[in-house]
Structure formats: C-alpha cells, structure tokens
Design a protein around this ligand. Structure first.
Ligand SMILES: [Zn+2]
Length: 99
C-alpha cells in the first residue's frame, strides 16, 4: 500500500498514513479534525510563509537575483518590523535575517 503524507489544516500537524488508493482521508491524529489534505513533501519548504519574487525572469542569473535580494531584504525587513514588530518578523521570516 502506498504511503501518503497528510497535513491537518486545523492544527498544521503533518503525519504519514498508509492506506489504499481510494480510501477516505484519515482524520488528524492530533486533533481529530477531518480538515486534512495530502501533503506534497517535495515542495520547497523554504518558501513557506515567505515572500517569493513574483514573475522572476528565468534569464536573470543567480548572482543578479542575489544582489537584488541583498538590496531588497533590509527594506522589506524594516517595513515588516515597523508593521509587526521585530519579534514577530524574526519568528515568521527568519531568512530575512540571513546575511
Ligand atoms: Zn489537527
């Protein structure tokens, strides 16, 4: 039987379930919620909750992107800090603090 990764929309628990292809979705083992979905583990987790540059051109080299982000990140960080407070920003977007 195939092994699936599931994610609970209610409590964000992620777990693995082994069941048949057409079996009903399992309830969350943590909070019993039925609001669950198959979780794609291959998705890039670094982008979760982060801002990804929209419409990024494939022609742009990594170096160009890097320098653009080096320029944009402090601005973005400052904006977010003013809005949400430094602690919140740091907790939710730790990559903004990677230099
Ligand atoms: Zn849950």
């Amino acid at each position: 039987m195939p092994l699936y990764d599931y994610r609970c929309n209610a409590c964000e628990q992620i777990w693995e379930a082994r069941h048949g292809f057409d079996a009903p979705k399992p309830n969350c083992p943590n909070c019993e919620s039925q609001d669950t979905q198959k979780h794609i583990t291959q998705a890039p987790t670094f982008a979760r909750g982060m801002l990804t540059p929209a419409g990024t051109s494939r022609k742009q080299s990594k170096e160009e992107l890097k320098s653009k982000w080096a320029e944009e990140t402090p601005k973005l960080r400052k904006q977010l800090e003013q809005k949400l407070g430094k602690d919140v920003v740091k907790r939710n977007a730790p990559t903004l603090y990677d230099d």
